[in-house]
Design a protein around this ligand. Sequence first.
Ligand code: ADP
Ligand code: MG
Length: 245
Amino acid sequence: MTIHAASFNELKLDRLSREFGTLNALKEVNLTIRQGEFIALLGPSGCGKSTTLNILAGLLPATGGGIWLDDKRIDQLRPEERGFGMVFQNYALFPHMSVEDNVGFGLLMRGMSKAERKKRVDEAITMVRLNGHGHKLPGQLSGGQQQRVAIARAIVVEPPLVLMDEPLSNLDAKLRLEMRAEIRRIHNMLGATTIYVTHDQEEALSLADRIVVLKDGVVRQVGAPDELFANPNYLDVAEFMGFRN
Ligand code: ADP
Ligand code: MG
């Protein structure tokens, strides 16, 4: 395999905060993520999930705290300097570019030779099982296939971190289940550290190595799915995980 996951030991969010005017959307979030983990960032709408992800990606500045990749502080770096892979709910593909060109775009920006690019793009397309669709335009693909393209585009640059923001929420229930399994399969194959934002408890429980429960910008609990399910720390976590007592 030519595509690998870039390596590091730890990603650390240190008292990460974000204010919007008088609203504290994120309140001193501390979190340490180890290389290769699949983390679900779980919580109800408005709890600060996208804010966290956008700060990690470099699309939104924090108003307090920092982000560390091992001993390197990265929260002042521009998005392209961080080199993280992003997958959004609306796919965000270039509509006028073929699947191959969409997937290879980041490699082109990095100045990779055409031959090397082709090899990597072919491999990423195979990884997401889109063989034979490389010359199509995104508009000629189903929603699930478009999300596969977005995943291929995210992993082809060998990012240290893959960030996914509710990537399946625009798909129907059947495709959602199919793509959930696909995302985990690709993660197992590549081992790329992943932070996956969702408001869907079942999705978090079935996908993640560890779940981070956010509420009103505060981390309420962090744990493996079985720990969280068996031992919720707070009533609101318990309720959110599906208990009703
Ligand atoms: P989630 O992704 O968990 O649904 P967000 O991170 O998008 O939540 O939002 C967290 C809170 O911050 C919400 O109350 C939201 O209204 C607010 N918020 C997010 N972005 C902005 C913004 N650009 N300006 C003002 N408020 C914002
Ligand atoms: Mg959101």
